[in-house]
Design a protein. Structure first.
Length: 319
């Protein structure tokens, strides 16, 4: 572990203390504008947050009524009475957020899921970084030391390939996971890419090593290797955050596309006066896109008064 992580763990009572406990309770008071936006007003009364330290489970009490509590796991969210009677529940709760934007209102189960997911993470994160299984492969020494300081192990892909259960490439390069890595992976390994085109994973090499291939569920292909091992490829090696589930909502991508489009238009209009070099997107384009986006979302900006504009442009007032 890194010195920074050691200090954080010590501040939390030490790793051994955490390993000897199974549950953690905390009194929380939550508020802020998010709850109003989501149509779930939050009163300032203290609540009891309970989390499991060695599995992903959390509960908030009271929740919605004095005699109710939430019951969170990644696979299920429920609101229940203190005697265990189910008030409401939902399987696969994450899927219920598909297509949401900031202004999309939540129902009580979505609020309960957010509470459980966020607070379980907040209360356990320092200790999760001590658990085995998180490894970074790097070529940049600065990025490598950053990963170590964050509590991760750093090693070459040739070594990580022998240990990993799930592999995610985020490099922007080609053949990051290649034949020599597939040859030593565990049976059941899951491989996906979130950094570039599908060339990050050497798929032809995986196909050459395999005696068969089948789709075991949408966007998941099982490769049966000639030695009997199985490797699972997600979304044909394409960007997993875009190709699987619903990808980025249009309300996120539209600003990026607007920036690209208006930047290309700017280059066409001004190419005669521009030198062959890299240019930062002109500030007036960023500001116009931001203005239009705010307007489309129903938000309005304030304006400076003439007095305020004069004050900002002057050095004659103030200290």
């Amino acid at each position: 572990m890194s010195r920074l992580l050691d200090n954080v763990l010590d501040a939390h009572g030490g790793l051994q203390r955490w390993r000897s406990s199974s549950m953690l309770e905390a009194t929380i008071v939550s508020g802020g504008k998010l709850w109003q936006i989501k149509g779930q007003p939050q009163d300032p009364a203290p609540r009891r947050m309970t989390v499991a330290l060695h599995r992903e489970w959390a509960s908030v009490q009271p929740f919605g009524a004095p005699d109710q509590r939430s019951d969170f796991t990644p696979e299920r969210i429920a609101i229940e009475k203190l005697d265990g009677e189910i008030v409401a529940e939902r399987a696969n709760p994450r899927a219920s957020f598909t297509g949401h934007v900031l202004e999309t209102p939540w129902d009580p189960l979505q609020r309960a899921y957010f509470n459980g997911y966020a607070l379980w993470t907040y209360l356990t994160t320092p200790f999760l970084l001590t658990m085995p299984g998180f490894t970074v492969t790097e070529i940049d020494p600065v990025k490598g030391i950053e990963a170590v300081m964050d509590g991760f192990r750093v090693m070459p892909m040739a070594d990580a390939a022998k240990e990993g259960d799930i592999f995610i490439t985020v490099t922007g390069n080609k053949n990051v996971i290649r034949r020599e890595h597939f040859e030593v992976m565990k049976s059941g390994a899951i491989v996906c890419n979130s950094g570039h085109f599908n060339v990050e994973i050497e798929i032809p090499a995986l196909e050459a090593l395999s005696s068969g291939k089948k789709e075991v569920r949408p966007l998941v292909d099982e490769f049966l290797l000639k030695d009997g091992r199985k490797v699972y490829l997600i979304a044909e090696g394409r960007l997993v955050n875009l190709a699987t589930a619903e990808g980025h909502p249009a309300s996120v991508m539209d600003m990026s596309f607007a920036n690209q489009s208006l930047s290309a238009e700017y280059l066409v209009k001004h190419h005669k006066e521009l030198k062959p070099q890299v240019y930062v997107v002109p500030e007036h384009l960023d500001r116009e896109i931001a203005r239009l986006k705010l307007e489309s979302m129903g938000h309005r900006l304030d304006k400076l008064t003439a007095e305020q504009e004069q004050y900002l442009a002057s050095w004659q007032e103030g200290t």
